[in-house]
Design a protein around this ligand. Sequence first.
Ligand code: PEP
Ligand code: MG
Length: 330
Amino acid sequence: KAELAKLRELPATTTDGHQVEVCSNIGTIKDMDGAHRNGAEGVGLYRTEFLFMDRDSLPTEQEQFQAYKEVAQSMPDKPIIVRTMDIGGDKELPYMKFPKEMNPFLGWRGIRVSLSRPELFKQQLRAILRACADTPGCGIMFPMVSGYTEVVTAKHILQECREELERKNIPYARDLKVGIMIEVPSAAIMTDVLAREVDFFSIGTNDLTQYTIAVDRVNNRVANMFRPTHPAVIRIMDMTITAGERENIPTAICGEMAGDITLLPLLIGLGATSMSVGVHLVPIIRYAIRNLDYGQCRDMAQKALQAPNSRAIVDLSTALARKSYPALFE
Ligand code: PEP
Ligand code: MG
């Protein structure tokens, strides 16, 4: 821990000079202290739904503004990526009617809820735009996107919010970046088109795995099939990162997979530009990246993309991880 703490201010640069960003995932302002202490370079995923869940009525626009502002101002010189609420699936709100669904993870969830409740969505968008007014480099991202029309519609509503604030002379973040979560295979397959519409991608490996292999992420009976290293998941991630590179936009990884030291060489080798992990994992991931060789990661990732099964992919990545940072395996 003492060794890791010394790296706090150092960049996550591989031994051959390739720099990767290490950010943290947060749920509430309470996580920001740990993010600071562990030297996060920003927040890669702020899961705003917690603000909506821990209570018995909808937070007002002003309450949301206060909450987002507190987070943004607690790291004023670093990027904060605010994800609009990802309600539905296994997350319900006690004060909002969620009709019983046969397949909630395939139903009314994430951006689908926001787009069908535009007034509610706009409150959140205005609150985010206002909260980030004085903190350059912040971004907003939409969860559970499945295709082009959702992205264009969400951007259109965001633009309406900007215009409303402009008319009322209310300060807002003019440079707010707009990104999407890539966690539904249909969106991943369309990333060549979507890359022209947004400023960044962030791969949510938890849902991407669930939806690609059709394995419920919260069902213990199929938990042994839940493998982010399934070759199809890896190929979809490669497709996404490559589409981003062609349009010059970065691709972060913000699912649990990003915090797995055995799989890090694979993610770096595929070309992910940023890892967003739980606050306590930030120093470990930074240390690991600083001991990797990007060239070796790239070669290994190319082999992994040809592998027939998850086991072979895990073995390739783990071998390079063990060779590069043996101390983390002791
Ligand atoms: C994911 O799906 O990988 C993700 C980061 O989002 P969440 O876990 O909040 O669904
Ligand atoms: Mg998700």
